[in-house]
Design a protein around this ligand. Structure first.
Ligand code: C2E
Ligand code: CA
Ligand code: CA
Length: 281
């Protein structure tokens, strides 16, 4: 109700009556954003540490809000996960990633083992519909399944082992590869390394950040790389920001790296230009 003795606000003048101010519903807002095309996908190049060349990219969802600008994924992925909207968002990201990767493959040298990596949230890993979404994205874009790498966190593998194992088995059967994101930061047991069909371990930024400054970061990173090597898994160093860190992770034997040193997440066109060796400066 209107408060007595107060100046009438523009709100009332505008004839919106006595209605209570509308409570924004964040879930509805996110769903509308997806419908309106406010969600896009940025790509952060992955660099082969031996050749120094880009060899793919990680897909990272972006929300360009019309009035508030860029909203980082940390602010809406948890909500999407809670409401189940992550299934639709995830499908959108998967399709875009496969479409872009197919373009990169089409224009890069045959010798480049190009890949695109896509983050899967907990719900996506355990929901059987994800297998259909991945299959559809691959078929639609005609992308070689081996080029698609799905990034999952180890916590997911521990939470819902049965569903995760079933789905990962089906995903592997499609021919895609599986990476563990932020390896060694979750609540986990190393037992899953032999139980799940994995292809890649991603060394988290917090370890890379400590290299050369914190002896433990060196020891832990070295151990991850050795473990991966023994298991036949690729390693990716994340969050490489300095040339010293690049040299360090290369010396430790990491295969690939990503980070601001090479490139921030950029649009797919810029990645395409990088892949084809065009000057993007
Ligand atoms: P993540 O998968 O660990 O992604 C890496 C994050 O580190 C990205 O943040 C990236 O922009 C940032 N980063 C990359 N290089 C550097 C660096 O050199 N220095 C620093 N300081 N940061 C760097 P972003 O894009 O904000 O994504 C945050 C998280 O949101 C991701 O962490 C991932 O967990 C989640 N996310 C992003 N896109 C998706 C998606 O499509 N689906 C799902 N389920 N989660 C997503
Ligand atoms: Ca990731
Ligand atoms: Ca990560």
């Amino acid at each position: 109700a209107k408060r007595n003795g107060r100046q009438r606000s523009v709100f009332y003048e505008a004839g919106l009556g006595e209605a209570a101010p509308e409570q924004p519903d964040p879930a509805a807002e996110l769903a509308a954003a997806l419908d309106r095309g406010e969600l896009t996908v940025a790509y952060q190049p992955l660099v082969d540490l031996r050749t120094g060349s880009p060899t793919g990219a990680e897909a990272l969802v972006r929300w360009q809000h019309p009035t508030e600008g860029n909203r980082p994924p940390d602010t809406f992925i948890p909500l999407a996960e809670e409401t189940g909207l992550i299934m639709e968002i995830g499908e959108f990201v998967l399709r875009d990633a496969c479409r872009q990767a197919a373009r990169w493959v089409g224009s890069a040298d045959d010798s480049v083992p190009l890949m695109v990596t896509v983050n899967l949230s907990a719900r996506q890993v355990t929901d059987p519909r994800t297998v259909d979404a991945v299959r559809a994205a691959l078929t639609e874009t005609d992308l070689d399944p081996h080029r698609l790498v799905l990034e999952i966190t180890e916590t997911v593998l521990m939470q819902d082992r049965e569903a995760a194992a079933t789905n990962l088995g089906k995903l592997k059967a499609l021919g895609v590869r599986i990476a563990i994101d932020d390896f060694g930061t979750g609540y986990s047991s190393l037992a899953y390394l032999s139980r799940f069909p994995l292809d890649m371990l991603k060394v988290p930024r917090e370890f890379v950040d400590g290299l050369g400054r914190d002896a433990n970061a060196d020891i832990v990173t070295r151990a991850i790389v050795e473990l991966a090597g023994a298991l036949g898994l690729l390693t990716v160093a994340e969050g490489v920001e300095t040339d010293e860190q690049r040299r360090h992770v290369a010396e430790l034997g990491c295969d690939l790296a990503q980070g601001y040193l090479f490139s921030r997440p950029v649009d797919a066109e810029t990645v395409l230009a990088l892949m084809t060796g065009l000057d993007v400066a």
